[in-house]
Design a protein around this ligand. Structure first.
Ligand SMILES: C[C@@H](N)C(=O)N[C@H](C)C(=O)O
Ligand SMILES: [Zn+2]
Length: 242
């Protein structure tokens, strides 16, 4: 179940984690903290220094196009025990939603559910060569908020385990003549919002997770792997932080 990016080399640059400054809109209450995830003294609203700098660039570009709009930060640094907690929680939640009891499933059915969870969540690996992206402090889950601090409609909730979360899900629906006109107009609007977020983040150096419209990273293994997919040489500069 290893991810393709986990073989990328890491040379940690040693940058510290820093609090995300108040110029960004942090979505509170934090959902994983509300579930009782084991943060200890850590905060989900911390990121590596260089990542915060890049977010500042993305937000200033957003502001030039849409005065008052901001990046809405959903999640940043995620300690390894929180990654494990959320994977376990999501697995249980998925089983429950399907009317299944996890402890009573045959191994093959449990493995199929786990595979679904790992499409969206990284493996909570304690191997320093394969840290989960958020445990490096260089991955961020985020959306856009308007001048009234209202999140824009992105067509699926952050962390929704469905095909709607795929970054390009609404792209093909815009021109799908089997859909009603209002459904096509909605698809266009949502795709525009996702594209705007992507453009702002990409121009500041981030890469987006191939399956999730909200997950971006800069300098972790997934980022380095995606850079190489675009023909650029890169090694990860952020490893796991405990
Ligand atoms: C599911 C989402 N919150 C997320 O962060 N997914 C990535 C891949 C992760 O777990 O690192
Ligand atoms: Zn994420």
């Amino acid at each position: 179940m290893a991810k393709p990016y986990s073989s990328m080399p890491i040379e940690d640059c040693g940058e510290p984690l820093q609090p995300i400054p108040p110029e960004f809109f942090c979505l509170r209450p934090h959902p994983y903290q509300s579930l009782g995830a084991p943060y200890g003294a850590a905060s989900p609203f911390y990121l590596r220094q260089g990542v915060i700098k890049a977010l500042q660039l993305a937000q200033s570009q957003l502001n030039a196009l849409h005065p008052g709009w901001r990046l809405g930060i959903f999640d940043g640094y995620r300690p390894l025990p929180v990654q494990q907690f959320m994977v376990d929680y999501t697995l249980k939640d998925l089983a429950q939603a399907r009317g299944l009891i996890l402890g009573e499933l045959p191994p093959s059915q449990r493995e199929a559910l786990e595979a679904e969870v790992y499409t969206f969540w990284a493996i909570p690996s304690d191997n320093p060569l394969t840290p989960p992206p958020h445990s490096t402090g260089s991955a961020v889950d985020l959306t856009l908020v308007d001048a009234e601090d209202q999140p824009l409609d992105m067509g699926s909730a952050i962390d929704e385990l469905s095909e709607r979360s795929h970054p390009n899900y609404y792209e093909s629906r815009q021109g799908d003549r089997t859909l009603s006109l209002p459904d096509r107009a909605y698809a266009s609007q949502v795709h525009e919002h996702r594209s705007l977020l992507y453009q702002m983040m990409q121009s500041a150096g981030f890469q987006r997770h191939p399956q999730e419209w909200w997950h971006f990273s800069l300098g972790d293994q997934l980022w380095a792997w995606l850079e190489t997919q675009h023909g650029r040489r890169a090694i990860a500069r952020y490893g796991g932080i405990h």
